[in-house]
Design a protein around this ligand. Structure first.
Ligand code: NAG
Length: 309
């Protein structure tokens, strides 16, 4: 009897929150609770210079606070999607999820003109842990960027597939297009920025299932939130973020363990295994090895696929 108790007691003392700044292309920072911070600088090779860095500020209950400071010059595409990723409760069918309560309070300071969004970014698949079929984005801010869209008006602006939808206390335009590999749905606020968001992510999925033909048998494989940074210099400060996946008839707040002293068992894939040449080493939702065998380096082909070349 004594041994397990001691083991538990020592476990709770083991986790020390890492508040240092991380700037590595594929760094993962463990929050100690159900999230990881992913640096995910998948498009860095498209920049002439720059980097994205992140550090955790605090963890409290099921909420995490972090800072992401980035600067990018050159290129036209997204350089980084530094984000918080939910590790618990994913890989379930939409039909099995009863609610996904979330809160996100953030602010951003910019130097000069930037091109970026601040957004939730999620993927669904036909199978648990399978490759992405749909990307669903919920933007909190659009700063000189724009959604992926299949249709543009004569004014050059993307044309929404649905306008002025009321969900989670805000009004949205919905855009649809392709990222080259997946169907993409993007909800953008009709005006301004949502710097303090609180709602149920499932309301967005329910809308897509009811109105846009999204199948509720799809599995939610990835749930992340952060900033897609294209160019400029900014500091994105999240003072509070929470997200949980509830199943069955339970509803309301987060159901995750409230014991924040126990080390999260979700392992970052960043250490240990090595990928062989020509194998995948990164991309959104990738949880395999990110280190390449000697003689090859990990190069991003696009947001969804990086290869040891
Ligand atoms: C971000 O902030 C950290 C800590 O102050 C610093 O070491 C790092 O160079 C900064 N990175 C950028 C891109 O500004």
């Amino acid at each position: 009897m004594l041994f397990p108790l001691l083991a538990l007691a020592s476990l709770s003392l083991v986790f020390a929150l890492d508040t240092s700044s991380h700037c590595g292309q594929w760094d993962t920072i463990d929050t100690g609770i159900q999230y990881s911070i992913l640096l995910d600088q998948w498009g860095a090779s498209g920049a002439s210079s720059g980097v994205s860095c992140a550090s955790i500020t605090s963890v409290s209950g099921s909420s995490v606070a972090w800072v992401n400071n980035w600067t990018w010059t050159g290129g036209t595409g997204v350089k980084s999607f530094t984000n918080v990723q939910l590790n618990d409760g994913i890989n379930q069918q939409l039909s099995a999820i009863s609610s996904m309560p979330t809160t996100w309070t953030w602010s951003q300071t910019t130097t000069g003109t930037i091109v970026a969004d601040v957004a939730y970014d999620m993927f669904t698949s036909t199978s648990s842990g399978g490759s992405a079929a749909n990307e669903i984005m919920i933007w909190m801010a659009n700063i000189n960027a724009g959604p992926i869209s299949a249709s543009y008006g004569s004014d050059g602006q993307p044309v929404p597939v649905a306008s002025s939808i009321s969900i989670a206390g805000n009004t949205w335009n919905l855009y649809q297009g392709s990222n080259g590999a997946n169907n993409v749905f993007s909800f953008l606020p009709t005006s301004g920025q949502i710097t303090s968001f609180s709602g149920d992510i499932m309301d967005f999925y329910d809308y897509l299932v009811s109105n846009e033909g999204l199948s509720s048998s799809q599995y939610l494989t990835t749930a992340q939130a952060g900033t897609e940074a294209t160019s400029g210099t900014a500091v994105l400060t999240t003072t509070s973020f929470s997200l949980a996946i509830n199943t069955g008839s339970s509803s309301g707040g987060a159901t995750s363990s409230t014991s924040s002293t126990i080390t999260a068992t979700t392992s970052s894939s960043a250490s240990g295994a090595t990928q062989s040449k020509y194998g995948q080493c990164g991309g959104q939702g990738w949880t395999g090895p990110t280190a390449c065998a000697s003689g090859s380096t990990c190069t991003a082909s696009n947001e969804y696929y990086s290869q040891c070349t």
